[in-house]
Design a protein around this ligand. Structure first.
Ligand code: SAH
Length: 240
């Protein structure tokens, strides 16, 4: 992981994205294009072009660039102009902006929407400010293509359903049924899930894994456990 971080980091946004592309962490041209158009410096307060997560306060982190890239790569078939997307645990708002670039069509009938949800209202305010730092981001918010909402993401966001793609940016204890209900058929969910302890040995820790869950056109469900990760937990909102 350290070698990858060294290899993929850059001294500019373009260099970072080009390095992710060269290393194969970004494969899709549309993903690359969408990420090139968002300056991470608007979202990460320090070391924005380093391929590592950064603290953004409130016990939240902006995920590492390669994780944002992977999320887009897995969801890309469901991120077409006109698609509807839910980004749960939106934090800095970086990924919400990238996802919006992918679903915003050039013409009105194709306008998609990305709804970003975080349960900390200060972070929602911060993400709105971050997105407004670029003209493109301002337009996305003014046109309603990007909508940021303070809410408990474990319940999804019913008013905007069904979604072509749902991204979860914090580790869930279980697969929340509301998210599956709000997924379109066909649709895809990208979610880190805390796995249960396997066996009885003390060393056999569970860990977190990304699950890619498809709701097929006939409504059937297909799940795949793809790789191990380390996200902050999806929790109850802090009190007071
Ligand atoms: N995708 C974000 C990740 C932020 S870290 C980024 O890269 O910037 C995870 C976020 O999940 C935190 O901002 C945290 O406040 C939020 N979160 C945790 N539990 C939540 C819940 N139940 N509902 C909504 N957001 C939650």
């Amino acid at each position: 992981a350290l070698v990858m971080a060294w290899y993929c980091s850059g001294s500019t946004n373009t260099e970072l994205i080009e390095n992710l592309f060269k290393s194969g962490l970004i494969k899709n041209k549309r993903v690359k294009e969408a990420m090139l158009r968002v300056d991470r410096a608007h979202y990460a307060p320090s070391r924005p072009y380093s391929d590592s997560p950064q603290s953004i306060g409130h016990k939240a982190t902006i995920s590492a660039p390669h994780m944002h890239a992977q999320a887009c790569e897995y969801l890309i078939d469901h991120l077409q102009p006109g698609s509807r997307v839910l980004d749960i645990g939106s934090g800095s708002g970086y990924l919400t902006h990238v996802l919006a670039n992918l679903v915003a069509g050039p013409d009105a009938p194709e306008q998609g929407q990305v709804i970003g949800i975080d349960h900390i209202s200060d972070l929602i305010d911060m993400s709105r400010t971050n997105i407004n730092k670029s003209e493109e981001g301002r337009n996305l918010q003014e046109s309603g293509i990007v909508k940021m909402i303070t809410a408990d993401g474990r319940l999804g966001w019913k008013d905007g359903a069904p979604y072509d793609a749902i991204h979860v940016g914090a580790a869930a204890e279980s697969l929340h049924p509301a998210l599956m209900e709000q997924l379109r058929a066909p649709g895809r969910l990208f979610i880190p899930i805390e796995s249960e302890e396997e066996g009885t040995s003390v060393v056999a820790r569970g860990g977190q894994y990304i699950w890619v869950i498809d709701k097929k056109i006939d409504g059937s469900i297909h799940r795949e456990k793809v790789f191990q990760v380390k996200y902050v937990p999806l929790t109850d909102a802090p009190r007071g």
